[in-house]
Design a protein around this ligand. Structure first.
Ligand code: PGA
Ligand code: ZN
Length: 427
């Protein structure tokens, strides 16, 4: 075994995410001095069944400090991992899962464990002197560059608007390459800004946490889709974009009444499904994430069957292979939203992706609403052969960091880069 593959030490520190909250950054250092560094993102519209992140509580950073998680990296996980081979991702991850011993990683903290897991992967790529995506994918003739799912008008918990659904997205599926998708996406984003300003006032140009516009007074998802389609048409891209949406319906659900809050009233599951049917028949809407609340597997199966479009499980699956397996058995959704920190290790996220692919489920790799400038998200997307990435708008640095990394990967791959296609995105 090469000496330089072995872990010598782990360091960790608090850094800030794009919301201005502290998060964990981990350095894995091998005994030849090679560094792997990874930052941990954080959600706001989180699922109930996600792995548990450790926060310090008390007054410092309004309770959001991560000193305990950092201490667990440096004093518990670090010493236990010394001497392990960074190229053996799975055995390192399994070791940490055992060391933690809880179902949801609440003892050591999922934010501590996932930071180490990702830093190990980056150290291994650096040791092997290959990009992370090649370390994960192995050598292939072609690599897919993902279709970007662009969240252009925000609502729900991630923006100060009156829109109930969280993300009203545009999808440049008809581009010839990832870089062309970025040209199209950027042009439409700016045109949309102009149109929103004219129709909904200058405050529309304030952006939510993923960079999407936040038009004041807009309450109807139809208004969001209509103006997005106008911007697409104005730029000459009709038929090359479709629409997509994250309803994030767990956050609209009232467990006491069993109903959903939508546009000021409480409506039943059936009424919500009718709204989706209507949207799908009116607009080129080809994908809905979390149309229903996170426990409703039967409802997801019904929506998947009725709508015949891509239905993505985010809060439903939380990147957890066990929850995904249940969904697959029941026909609930036909795509997985993959967020590495929802499950807490890279190996388990890879298992969830593989389980999806082998059951004909699509995989959309996703940002969290709080990201940092770290670009492992872009690398992991290509490394997993996922065909879609959701990482916000081409305008905030923590989002453009991912797009820029994908542009670099596309350039590096040259003719081995293939822009993804997806069976659900058709004109
Ligand atoms: P989160 O939201 O990162 O705040 O959880 C994103 C999403 O719901 O997809
Ligand atoms: Zn979501």
């Amino acid at each position: 075994m090469e000496k330089s593959h072995l872990i010598k030490t782990l360091r960790a520190r608090e850094v800030l995410d794009c919301r201005g909250d502290p998060t964990v950054e981990v350095d894995v250092i091998t005994d030849s001095g090679i560094l792997g560094r990874a930052d941990v993102p954080a959600g706001k519209s989180t699922g109930l069944h996600e792995a548990s992140e450790l926060r310090d509580g008390r007054s410092r950073y309004l309770g959001k400090g991560v000193r305990k998680a950092i201490q667990n990296v440096t004093e518990v996980i670090g010493p236990a991992l010394v001497g392990r081979d960074v190229t053996q991702q799975r055995s390192c991850d399994e070791f940490m899962i055992e060391l933690d011993g809880t179902e949801n990683k609440s003892k050591l903290g999922a934010n501590a464990i996932v930071g180490v897991s990702l830093a190990i992967a980056k150290a291994a790529a650096n040791v092997l002197q290959i990009p992370l995506y090649k370390h994960l994918a192995g050598s292939q003739d072609k690599y897919f560059l993902p279709i970007p799912i662009l969240d252009y008008i925000e609502g729900g918990k991630i923006a100060s608007t009156d829109l109930d659904f969280q993300e009203h997205q545009t999808v440049p599926f008809g581009a010839k390459s990832f870089s062309e998708a970025m040209v199209m996406g950027s042009e439409v984003y700016h045109e949309l800004g102009k149109m929103l300003e004219k129709k909904w006032g200058k405050h529309s140009l304030n952006v939510g946490v993923e960079g999407g516009y936040s038009p004041p007074g807009m309450t109807d998802p139809r208004q969001a889709f209509e103006i997005e389609l106008s911007a697409i048409k104005e730029m000459g891209y009709e038929g090359k974009f479709c629409l997509s949406m994250d309803a994030a319906a767990s956050h609209l659900y009232n467990a006491k009444t069993g109903k959903y809050n939508f546009r000021g009233s409480e409506i039943s599951r059936d009424a919500l499904i009718e709204i989706y049917q209507d949207l799908v028949s009116t607009f080129p809407l080809r994908s809905i994430e979390d149309p229903l609340q996170q426990e409703d597997y039967e409802g997801f199966a019904e929506v998947t069957k009725k709508l015949g479009i891509q239905i993505i499980g985010d809060d439903l699956f939380v990147t957890n292979p066990k929850r995904l397996e249940k969904g697959i058995k029941m026909g609930a959704a036909n795509a997985l939203l993959l967020k590495v920190n929802q499950i807490g290790t890279l190996s388990e996220a890879i298992d969830a992706a593989k389980l999806s692919f082998s059951n004909n489920y699509e995989v959309q790799v996703s940002e969290r609403s709080a990201q940092t400038e770290d670009t492992w998200l872009a690398q992991v997307t290509v490394g997993l052969n996922a065909k879609q990435i959701k990482t916000g708008c081409p305008c905030r640095a923590e989002r453009t960091a991912q797009y820029n990394e994908l542009l670099r990967i596309e350039e590096e791959l040259g003719s081995a880069a293939q822009y993804s296609s997806c069976k659900f995105f058709r004109a």
